[in-house]
Write a protein that binds this ligand. Structure first.
Ligand code: NAD
Length: 457
C-alpha cells in the first residue's frame, strides 16, 4: 500500500495534465484510468474528429481545385473511408502513446482499471487499495440518452449512434439525421455533408448553437444552407422508429427517414465512481471553488464533472490549478478566460461575452467587425467566408468579447485571449504590427475599427 500525494481518477485531458504537472512540481502521483489514456478527447472526441475533418477539407479543396488552376479528373476524386478511418486511428495512437510516454518519464504511477472511491483518502482499483493525501476527480462525462420511445432499441439495432460510436461507422452514410444542434451535431453535420451525406439537424430550441453570438450564427446559417444541411428548429423528437425519426413541429407530427441517426443532445457528468463521498452538487455538476476544491477540502474536481464548461482545454487548466493549489502555490481558475469553438468549414471561435449578453448587462459598448473579404491573405487562400467581431468597452478599451468566423478561427482567436488575460486593451492589438499578408491582420483591423476606422475598409 503506497501513500501518494495526489491520486487522480481519470486520464483524460484534465487528469493526465494534472498528473504531469503534479509530478513536475515534485509530488508523488498516481493516476487511475479504466480505458485508454487520453480520455474522450484524445480517443473518441477532439482529436479523431479533427483528423476526419482534415480529410474532409482535402476532399473539399480537391473538388474545387479548378478554381486554383489545377485540373484533375473529377471522377477520380473519391474519399476512401477505410483509409480515412485508418489515418484517424494512427493519429490517435501516436498522440496517446506520446502521453503515456510523458506520464512514464515524469514518474507518474498509472493503474489500469476502474477506480472506486472508498473515502476521501482511499480508492480501490482492481484488488488494490491505494491511499493518497489528496484526490483529484477527473472522470469526465457521457452522452445524455433522453427518454425518447424507441431510442434504446434504435441504439441496439445500430440505427442510432453517439459521437463515439459514429466514429467507427464503416462507410459514409447516404443520409444522416442529427438530434441536437450543438457543437457535436454541427461538427458531424459539416464533416459528413462534405462527403455528400444528406444531413438534417433536429434541434429542440429556436436556434442551433445557442451560446454563440447572433451575428456569427446568422452568417454561419447561410453557409450551412449553401451546403444543403437542413436545420429544423423547435423540433420535438417523439419517437425513434426502425428507419426513421418522428418529431413534432408546430403541433404537427412529421417523419424523417435516414440511413442512420446521431444523438448529440449534451453530456452528463460521470459521478458513479465517487458517489460514496456525497459531494455537494449544483445544477451542472460537482460544486467547486476557484481552486477546484469540492465540499471535501482534500478532494478536487476538474473537467466535465463540474459541468460548467465541458471543454478539454478548460479541464487541463483546471487540473493545473488543482495540483498547484495542493503544492501550496497560489492558483485560481476563471471561467471568463476560457475560449470556445465550433469546428467545421469555416470554424467559429470566441471568448467573453456575446453582443446579446453585453446588452443585457446594460454596459456601454462598441462593436467592430472586419470581413475576411477585405483581407488580402484570405482572398489569396480563397477562404473569404467570415469576419472578426470585437466588442469593447469604449471608455477603457477593455475587450468584452471577441468572435471569429473564419477557416482557422480557432488559431486566430488566441491573441484576443491573451489580450483579455493580460488586461491589454484593444489599442494594444490595434498598435501591434501584424504580419502581412496574414489573416491575423483581420483581427488587427477589427481592433483599429473599434478605436477609429479600419484602414482597408
Ligand atoms: P451541446 O450542449 O453543445 O448541444 C446539445 C444540443 O442539443 C442543444 O442545442 C440542445 O438544445 C439540443 N437538444 C437537447 N435535447 C434535445 C432533443 N431531445 N431533441 C433535439 N435537440 C435537443 O451538447 P453536445 O453537442 O452533445 O456536446 C456535448 C458537450 O461536449 C458540450 O458541453 C460541448 O461543449 C462539449 N464539446 C465541445 C466541443 C468543442 O469545443 N468544439 C466539441 C465536442 C464536444
Amino acid at each position: 500500500m503506497d501513500n501518494y500525494d495526489i491520486l487522480i481518477l481519470g486520464g483524460g485531458p484534465g487528469g493526465y495534465v494534472a498528473a504531469i504537472k503534479g509530478a513536475q512540481l515534485g509530488l508523488k502521483i498516481a493516476l487511475i484510468e479504466k480505458d485508454a489514456i487520453g480520455g474522450v478527447c484524445l480517443n473518441e472526441g477532439c482529436i479523431p474528429t479533427k483528423t476526419l475533418l482534415k480529410s474532409a477539407k482535402v476532399y473539399r479543396l480537391m473538388k474545387h481545385s479548378k478554381d486554383y488552376g489545377i485540373s484533375v479528373d473529377s471522377a477520380s476524386i473519391k474519399p476512401n473511408w477505410d483509409v480515412i478511418l485508418q489515418r484517424k486511428s494512427s493519429v490517435v495512437k501516436r498522440l496517446t502513446s506520446g502521453v503515456q510516454g510523458l506520464l512514464k518519464k515524469n514518474g507518474v504511477t498509472v493503474f489500469q482499471g476502474y477506480g472506486e472511491v472508498i473515502n476521501n483518502t482511499t480508492v480501490k482499483v482492481n484488488s488494490e487499495t491505494i491511499t493518497a493525501k489528496n484526490i483529484v476527480l477527473a472522470t469526465g462525462a457521457s452522452p445524455i440518452i433522453p427518454p425518447i420511445p424507441g431510442l434504446k432499441e434504435g441504439i441496439e439495432n445500430q440505427f442510432v449512434y453517439s459521437s463515439k460510436t459514429l466514429l467507427n461507422y464503416p462507410k459514409i452514410p447516404n443520409s444522416l439525421t442529427i438530434i441536437g444542434g450543438g457543437v457535436i451535431g454541427i461538427e458531424f453535420a459539416t464533416l459528413f455533408s462534405s462527403f455528400g451525406t444528406k444531413v438534417t439537424i433536429l434541434e429542440r430550441l429556436e436556434q442551433i448553437l445557442m451560446p454563440i453570438d447572433d451575428d456569427i450564427r446568422n452568417a454561419y446559417l447561410k453557409l450551412l444552407a449553401k451546403e444543403s444541411i437542413e436545420i429544423i428548429t423547435k423540433a420535438n423528437v417523439t419517437k425513434i422508429n426502425e428507419a426513421s425519426v418522428t418529431y413534432e413541429l408546430n403541433g404537427q407530427s412529421k417523419n424523417i427517414d435516414s440511413e442512420i441517426v446521431l444523438l448529440s443532445v449534451g453530456m452528463k457528468p460521470n459521478i458513479d465512481s465517487f458517489k460514496q463521498l456525497n459531494l455537494s452538487m449544483n445544477k451542472q455538476g460537482i460544486q467547486v471553488n476557484e481552486q477546484m476544491q469540492t465540499s471535501i477540502p482534500n478532494v478536487y474536481a476538474i473537467g466535465d464533472i463540474t459541468g460548467k464548461m465541458m471543454l478539454a482545454h478548460a479541464a487541463s487548466a483546471e487540473g493545473i490549478v488543482a495540483v498547484e493549489t495542493i503544492a501550496g502555490k497560489k492558483s485560481k481558475f476563471s471561467f471568463d478566460s476560457v475560449p470556445s469553438a465550433v469546428y467545421g468549414f469555416p470554424e467559429i471561435a470566441w471568448i467573453g461575452l456575446t453582443e446579446k449578453e453585453v446588452k443585457e448587462k446594460k454596459t456601454d459598448y462598441k462593436v467592430s467587425q472586419f470581413p475576411l473579404l477585405a483581407n488580402g491573405r484570405s482572398l489569396a487562400e480563397g477562404d473569404t467566408d467570415g469576419f472578426v467581431k470585437i466588442i469593447v468597452n469604449p471608455k477603457n478599451g477593455e475587450i468584452l468579447g471577441a468572435h471569429i468566423l473564419a477557416a482557422n478561427a480557432t488559431d486566430l482567436l488566441a491573441e484576443t485571449v491573451l489580450a483579455r488575460d493580460s488586461e491589454a486593451t484593444i489599442a494594444d492589438i490595434a498598435n501591434s504590427i501584424h504580419l502581412h499578408p496574414s489573416v491575423s491582420e483581420a483581427v488587427m483591423e477589427a481592433a483599429i475599427g473599434a478605436l477609429l476606422k479600419p484602414i482597408h475598409m
